[in-house]
Design a protein around this ligand. Structure first.
Ligand code: AQP
Length: 384
């Protein structure tokens, strides 16, 4: 194999792998999709490859709901004054990556109160032991020992409520979230068994890149770990992050051969480079035919080729200042009635009063004329 650098790819690989939305493998059919992301920092290529790219594909095939999970983000250290900007920036990132407000529904979790309400109900059927097993809780407790809050512990219950309040059954996530989806399945099973069939059984949908490692090569790429390549990084920033990143430890000098499978940079080639380019990089590494810098240059160029259209779309979106607000407002307006409907069903299953049962207007009409039906509330809504 020649050590001449092949041309960077202009587009991403299209091959389907196990668990990818395009693959024909053993994925049971789904009817609707829900997934979310925390506004806990800038979106990175791990979020994109692990989830967002799949979301963009799924919006063409299923009713999809995508949620900025701001209530979840409260479980980590945050600055209230930064939260509105983070929410906005996250949605701009989604739109830049290809989510289309005409093809999917986007909204902010805290604007639909039923998520928190249903989480409380699910809390009451969740054994502590199930939550104690969650690895994300253990990891984040180590990361923020001064702030191990109940919300962090209860995070998977709120996530379960997020999914089932819309009775969604497809949940596209990265590998780190699979345990939480399995947890949701346990909770759904318990609820349906105890109170009657209410929620469909959700399942995780993994992408072809379910776990992207951070630039440190030690932990998964994370918004809050400072080991990320941001979707909003400029070409220079991408190169400035890739250039000093660790490679295979065996390659101390240019002439030392390496093992590509043990090089973090090579793992990025798998996601961003053509099979021909991957073969070139692997061979060059094993034979010391190329230096790490050449290998990094190619992968940086390929990452930039994927990010370039997103940067262009971001610039266009930023010229339409109302787009984000309009998108989120439309999402909330569409989803509130659906969430209310689910909560009414849940109340009925649990023997709780409906949300309207003890409205003052309903009581008045019942006390004067027990056969009279309730007049509509002055707002025309449920009065909640
Ligand atoms: N490194 C990753 N590789 C593949 N998928 C990933 N995801 C996150 N990191 C990777 C997936 O992206 C979606 C959004 O996740 P989230 O916002 O709920 O939080 P997270 O999983 O905790 O992501 P981060 O970036 O690591 O955020 P922080 O630092 O705030 O905790 C999920 O589907 C996730 O699997």
């Amino acid at each position: 194999m020649s050590s001449t650098t092949p041309e960077p790819r202009a587009t991403e690989p299209k091959t389907a792998g196990p668990g990818s939305p395009e693959s024909d493998d053993a994925q049971a059919p789904i009817t609707s999709v829900f997934s979310g992301m925390q506004p806990s920092g800038e979106l990175h290529i791990g979020n994109y490859l692990g989830a967002l790219k799949t979301w963009v594909q799924l919006q063409e095939r299923y009713p999809c709901i995508f949620c900025v999970v701001d209530l979840h983000a409260l479980t980590q250290p945050f600055e209230p004054r930064e939260m509105p900007g983070r929410i906005r920036d996250m949605v701009i990132g989604w739109l830049s990556a290809g989510l289309d407000p005409d093809r999917c529904t986007m909204f902010v979790q805290s604007t639909v109160a039923e998520h928190a309400e249903l989480a409380w109900v699910l809390n009451t059927i969740t054994p502590m032991g199930l939550l104690e097993r969650m690895t994300q809780f253990k990891d984040k407790s180590k990361r923020q020992p001064e702030n191990i809050n109940v919300g962090l512990f209860d995070y998977p219950v709120l996530q379960a409520a997020d999914i089932v309040v819309y009775r969604a059954d497809g949940v596209p996530v990265g590998e780190d979230q699979v345990q939480h989806v399995e947890f949701t399945r346990d909770v759904v099973g318990k609820f349906n068994y105890r109170f009657g069939e209410t929620f469909p059984m959700p399942r995780a949908r993994l992408s072809q890149a379910p776990r992207v490692m951070g630039l440190d090569g030690e932990r998964k790429m994370s918004k809050s770990l400072g080991n990320q390549i941001g979707l909003n990084d400029s070409p220079e920033e991408v190169w400035n992050k890739i250039a000093p990143a660790k490679t295979d430890i065996r390659r101390k000098r240019r002439t030392d051969p390496g093992v590509p499978e043990e090089c973090n940079i090579f793992s990025y080639h798998r996601f961003f480079s053509s099979s021909e380019q991957q073969a070139w990089a692997a061979e060059g590494c094993r034979t010391a035919g190329i230096g790490c810098r050449e290998c990094k240059r190619l992968v940086a160029d390929n990452i930039n080729a994927v990010l370039a259209p997103m940067r262009e779309r971001r610039a266009a979106i930023e010229r339409r200042p109302r787009l984000v607000d309009e998108t989120l407002a439309a999402g909330t307006a569409k989803l509130r009635p659906l969430a209310r409907e689910t909560m009414e069903l849940v109340r009925e299953r649990l023997g709780l009063p409906t949300a309207e049962r003890y409205q003052p207007s309903a009581c008045r009409s019942r006390s004067t004329d027990p056969t009279a039906s309730s007049p509509p509330s002055p707002s025309g809504g449920t009065g909640r």
